[in-house]
Design a protein. Structure first.
Length: 143
């Protein structure tokens, strides 16, 4: 049996989400073995329906159900888009809002002093200034 047929046999198509009924990883995401390699089920579903995922791309859920593999519940994004999506949906708490991040990036003071002012670590300041966090993209809301 070809991998795509084996894959869809493990999906329960509900009225809203299509839940993965096979194995799950420790975070609750479906996993599926393709040619001896374990892959996340939602990423495979995306690939079957839409083609290859770009390097560094992430497949995100509109529905926030890690077991869901329904193609129209999935969308492509980046790590920073995924983080912003989690913030917007209230799945993670944050300390800084967009304006504070901009202030930190523009600040000329020593990083340790900036960190004290915003009650974060110096290494967090460093990551924000180098674009490691927030990816340098325009944002609204918090992170």
């Amino acid at each position: 049996m070809i991998p795509e047929e084996r894959f869809w046999e493990k999906v329960m198509k509900g009225e809203y989400c299509w839940d993965w009924m096979g194995a799950l990883d420790s975070s609750g995401y479906g996993i599926f073995r393709v040619f001896r390699e374990l892959k996340k089920a939602h990423r495979i579903a995306w690939s079957f329906m839409n083609g290859a995922i770009p390097d560094g791309g992430q497949v995100l859920h509109h529905c926030d159900n890690p077991k869901c593999v329904r193609p129209d519940h999935l969308f492509l994004g980046t790590r920073s888009i995924n983080m912003q999506d989690m913030v917007t949906k209230g799945r993670i708490e944050t300390k800084l809002n967009y304006n504070q991040v901009q202030q930190i990036r523009e600040a000329k003071a020593r990083q340790v002093d900036i960190a004290k002012k915003f009650a974060i670590t110096q290494s967090h300041v460093s990551r924000l200034k180098t674009g490691f966090h927030w990816g340098g993209e325009s944002r609204s809301g918090s992170l």
